[in-house]
Structure formats: structure tokens, C-alpha cells
Design a protein around this ligand. Sequence first.
Ligand code: URA
Length: 219
Amino acid sequence: MASGDLEVEYKKLVKEISECRQCELYKYRKNPVPGEGPLNTPIMLIGEAPGKQEDETGRPFVGAAGKLLTKLLEEAGIGRKNVYITNVLKCRPPSNRDPKPEEVEACSPYLRQQIKLIKPKMIVCLGRHSAKLIFSWAGIPWTNMKRQHGQVYEGVIEGLKVKIVATYHPAAALYNPQLRKELEEDFLKVIGPLAKQILEGKIETTKRTTLLDFLRGKG
Ligand code: URA
């Protein structure tokens, strides 16, 4: 898609999200939080849902967890400005409660459309809600974060081959030194090196898997 068309399609999506009433969360939101970052990046990070400061500003990961995420990205040599950041839910659940299954289902088409437009080569799932959803879309079994964090998986989502890494949610690591250590290690040892390779174009470009590719064994 030409970059002009991509921006037009993206703006349409943002407008749809801002007018969304598919679940009851629209009643409580100050601002929807669609996501932010360059549309031509190969790296997408997916969190859970906006919190208080995100709801007030309309931007993802700007509160305490966001500050930690920004630090992790910088220290891993990726840089926040080089990645697209979004959430499973685009509106804040009251009192930051867990997303309800019906809210995840109602909001999922927006995340799918973001993946279709941005075509990431790598998705980083921040927290179990994001991991559970993305792994299910990619057809990869999901058990729990303790077992599966910091491992690189490969799957196909929306016809795109994508590398997927799950790690702990930065908010969970804020007051838990052991989780924080594991989260930092995931960023330094796995997410950073892989993202850098992808950003530097050292890993094969993402393409849509066509039926012909599949039949030729290139799927
Ligand atoms: N937690 C999330 O999952 N997302 C945000 O944007 C902020 C906090």
C-alpha cells in the first residue's frame, strides 16, 4: 500500500475507534487510545488497556508503566520512536479492572486492522491478556507467562508471517523486583537483539503468504 493510502486508511480506523460504541467502555472514556508510532515500522508492541493517564491524554503507555516501557526500549537499543505501540482494548476499563472477554471480542477488529495496515514483522505482547489473544490468532498454544516469556515464536496473522515474543506487563514489574529482572532480561537478551536485526533489515521482509507460496512450501 502506498504510504499516502496507508495514512488515509489509518485515519479512517482512528475515527472509527473514536466513535466506537461496541462495548460499554465508551461510556467511561475521556479519550480513546488507538495507539501511536510510525506506521511503517516492522515492530508492534501490544499492551492490555489504557490506564488513567492514557485515558486523559489519548496516548498509550504514558503513565508509570509507560515510563518503564520507554526505559526498557531505550536500554535495549530500540528506541520508543521506532515502534508502534497499542493495546488490546482502546478504552480504559473502570478502575483499571481486567478486560472482560466480550470487550476483547468487541475491540479485536481494530487490532486486527492495525496489524493488516502496519504489517509488523515482530509483535511483542506485554502481559497475559495480549499474549493470550495474539497467540490464539497465530494458532500457537498459550499456557502462561512464566513458561513462555522471552521465547521467540513464529506464526501467521492476517496472512502475515510474524515473530512473536511475550513478556511480563511493565505495570506488573513496577513493584516486583523478580518480575522486573525477568522483564529487563527479555528486553536486553531477546526483544532488543531481534528488533534491531529486523529494524536493520537483516531479517527477511514480511510478505503476504499467498496460496501459491503455500503450495510451493514457502508459506
Ligand atoms: N497499561 C497498558 O496495558 N497499556 C497502556 O497503555 C498503559 C498501561
